[in-house]
Design a protein around this ligand. Structure first.
Ligand SMILES: O=C(CO)[C@H](O)[C@H](O)COP(=O)(O)O
Length: 223
């Protein structure tokens, strides 16, 4: 069985009637959204907030009621994937370009469930290039400042054009050799003028749900 699907479906078991639910983005979150739709068809009543236009479109198609960010005061549960998870449950996210909205959902959620297959677990973050969302008009200046932190940078492209986020910005993928102090690095990056946010999610995860290729699924609470 698909380990991403296994992890996603386990997380959806934690959703209860009346909750406000944050919907993640990506191929793992996709399975969570599918399962939520199934539970709604069986009678579950929730309101959902989507972390991207893609997830919102999928939710609309499946009949999941979506409310805008401006209409909610809190989120009960957010379920989302990750590109890497270290041993302290720090994450790299943003492979799908939705990191800004995803971080807003994660930090405002009473519980933040991260769903991954076993390949996403790492000792130290950094094999996956860290996505940083920046404003477009100061691209070179902002990239110079990012490079001063010791990374190689690459502007994300799609179909030979700069990839534009749902917020109208661009993404710079930053390759660090190894991220040993993600909490500090997160602060340093976000102090650079021109940076909107970056894909380091530190100290946010309530529970990590890992799907394994052998069909097992495990839940780990924040250490
Ligand atoms: O952060 C994300 C999107 O911005 C995704 O959660 C992350 O890229 C993992 O994606 P997938 O579940 O497809 O492996």
């Amino acid at each position: 069985m698909n380990p991403k699907k296994l992890a996603a479906e386990k997380a959806v078991e934690f959703i209860e009637d009346g909750m406000v639910v944050g919907l993640g983005t990506g191929s793992t979150a996709y399975w969570a959204i599918q399962k939520i739709a199934q539970r709604i068809n069986e009678g579950l009543r929730i309101r959902a907030v989507a972390s991207s236009r893609d997830s919102e479109e999928l939710a609309n198609k499946l009949g999941i009621p979506i409310v805008p960010f401006s209409e909610i005061e809190f989120i009960d549960i957010t379920i989302d994937g990750a590109d890497e998870v270290d041993t302290h449950f720090n994450l790299i996210k943003g492979g799908g370009g939705a990191l800004v909205r995803e971080k807003i959902l994660a930090i405002n959620s009473k519980r933040f469930f991260v769903i991954v297959d076993e390949s996403k677990r790492v000792e130290h973050l950094g094999q996956f290039p860290l996505p940083v969302e920046i404003v477009h008009f100061a691209v070179n200046l902002t990239i110079n400042k990012l490079k001063e932190l010791g990374c190689n940078t690459r502007i994300r492209m799609r179909n030979d054009k700069e990839y534009i986020t749902d917020n109208g910005n661009i993404i710079v993928d930053c390759t660090f050799e190894k991220i040993v102090e993600p909490i500090e690095l997160n602060k340093q990056i976000n102090l650079i003028p021109g940076v909107v946010d970056n894909g380091l999610f530190t100290r946010m995860v309530s529970s990590l749900i890992v799907g394994y290729n052998d069909g097992n699924v495990m839940i780990f609470d924040q250490p």
